[in-house]
Design a protein around this ligand. Structure first.
Ligand SMILES: [Mn+2]
Length: 471
């Protein structure tokens, strides 16, 4: 247990830990103990958990505000209330008990929402491993194989590359299973002509990626599958295109939904005016979830989505998913051509500060470098870009800029009109978590190996993905 006492002259950060016990450690593994709690975890002081009952009440004496998360550990909540009650009884001895118990989550969750460069680096690694795992899945998914074999291929890559494992239960959904949003049974045999929807992200150092791809099991989209795939892809790219500081979280969803509904009308699935259809919620039969959520230590990470009742503006350092989808129930007789098709495409986007004027246009502070075209030597364009990368410390991340933005936020706190510090003329960049081109290039190679020829819809993907990064 950790106690933070910012006002204390020496012991500002105190840990209560299990003391060393050679007999117990034989069974349950090494304990840090009191000394290592200080060395490894940087505590100013460390005590045995057995001292909690005597020490904590002392810490609470004459303290006005206590930050403690109620409701997580019933037993400990009980203790805490008893300690406070005991202090209240000592009022005549001049000792006062805390008068306010505050939830530390309100502070901690805001910090977690904004990722610092170290956290971004970890997410970057999680994303790189996830990308590899999705490629492995594409190699494993084929008619006659089972969903769990694809899951095993994914899990192998996650662990083999040093990840903790899946950051959330992987959704490995073939055929109509893809229309069940949280399908995790993962035990069905894949058949010829089906789609595989894979929603799987690797966890690295407490942070998880969250990526979804939907690809044909036998290497070839049917006409209806292709139509749905392209409808979703266009919506996803449009959503990503929206992401920039100052844009409301809700705007990303609205844009993706608008494109989806436009495409549903084009496909003859819905009839009418796009705005009307959205207002009436007609699309929710086929697109029943939100487009985005915060991402970080939790797959659905903490952090407020609304500020003073309004959708929150995006700021540099935030990481969100963009994941529109279309799902046509197997039992939906109104859409005979599309029954049983489910497609979702999901990437993780880091909101970055607008590049400074000097580096504008060429420096893309994306998490993942765009793969270099195989055929050519580095172009003038690319050497410029790598020069900009070097200038910014190697990874294109503008630390100063980010720190400035962050500092401003800390100064003003919630409710600040975030747009004030945005220069509308400055360019903005977003980050694709898994470079789509590479995934699909590998997928196409795989598909070709299996003798399928129809790959045109995949080949279009690389070029359109480029529009996700504005100069
Ligand atoms: Mn997600």
């Amino acid at each position: 247990m950790a106690v933070l006492r910012p006002d204390h002259p020496e012991e500002r950060y105190v840990l209560f830990v299990l003391p060393k016990d050679p007999d117990k450690e034989v069974w349950t593994g090494k304990r840090a103990g009191l000394d290592e709690a200080k060395q490894i975890f940087g505590a100013d002081a460390a005590y045995s958990v057995e001292e909690i009952d005597t020490r904590i009440p002392k810490y609470l004496e004459n303290v006005e505000r206590l930050y403690y998360r109620m409701g997580k550990h019933e037993t400990f909540d009980g203790k805490m209330l008893q300690w406070i009650e005991r202090l209240r009884a000592q009022v005549r001895a001049g000792i006062s008990a805390p008068t306010q118990i505050l939830d530390p989550a309100t502070l901690l969750h805001e910090h977690r929402l904004f990722k610092n460069p170290d956290e971004v680096a970890i997410l970057k690694k999680a994303g790189a491993i996830t990308r590899e795992a999705h490629l492995a899945a594409m190699r494993t998914a084929r008619p006659g194989n089972h969903e769990y074999q694809v899951e095993a291929a994914v899990d192998f890559v996650f662990r083999d590359r040093g990840g903790v494992g899946p950051g959330y239960p992987s959704i490995v959904a073939s055929g109509a299973n893809a229309t069940t949003l949280h399908y995790i049974t993962n035990n069905r045999r894949m058949e010829e002509g089906e789609l595989m929807l894979l929603d799987a992200g690797c966890e690295v150092g407490y942070y998880t990626a969250d990526v979804t791809r939907t690809f044909p099991v036998s290497g070839k989209y049917s006409e209806p599958q292709r139509a749905v795939y392209e409808a979703v892809l266009e919506a996803q790219l449009a959503g990503i295109e929206k992401v920039r500081p100052g844009i409301k979280f809700q705007d990303v969803h609205d844009e993706a939904a608008r494109v989806l509904v436009k495409n549903l009308v084009k496909l003859g699935i819905l009839q009418g005016d796009v705005t009307d259809l959205i207002a009436k919620g007609q699309h929710r039969r086929f697109f029943m979830h939100r487009t985005s959520h915060w991402l970080g230590m939790d797959v659905h990470d903490c952090g407020n989505y609304y500020v003073n009742g309004a959708s929150r503006a995006l700021e540099p350092g935030m990481v969100l998913t963009v994941e529109p989808g279309l799902y046509f129930s197997e039992s939906d007789s109104a859409v005979p051509r599309f029954r049983g098709i489910g497609v979702r495409i999901e990437d993780d986007v880091l909101v970055v500060a607008p590049p400074t004027a000097r580096r504008r246009a060429r420096c893309s502070p994306r998490i993942f470098p765009r793969p270099r075209p195989r055929s050519s030597r580095p172009s003038a364009d690319e050497s410029q870009r790598s020069a900009a990368r070097r200038a910014s410390g190697g990874d294109g991340w503008d630390r100063d800029r980010w720190n400035r933005a962050r500092g401003e936020w800390l100064r003003f706190g919630l409710g600040t009109p975030y747009e004030l510090r945005l220069d509308a003329n400055e360019a903005v960049d977003v980050t694709l978590e898994a470079p789509r081109e590479e995934i699909y290039e590998a997928a196409i190679a795989e598909i070709r190996q299996r003798g399928a020829v129809e790959v045109s819809s995949l080949e279009g993907v690389g070029s359109s993905a480029k529009s996700a990064t504005r100069p």
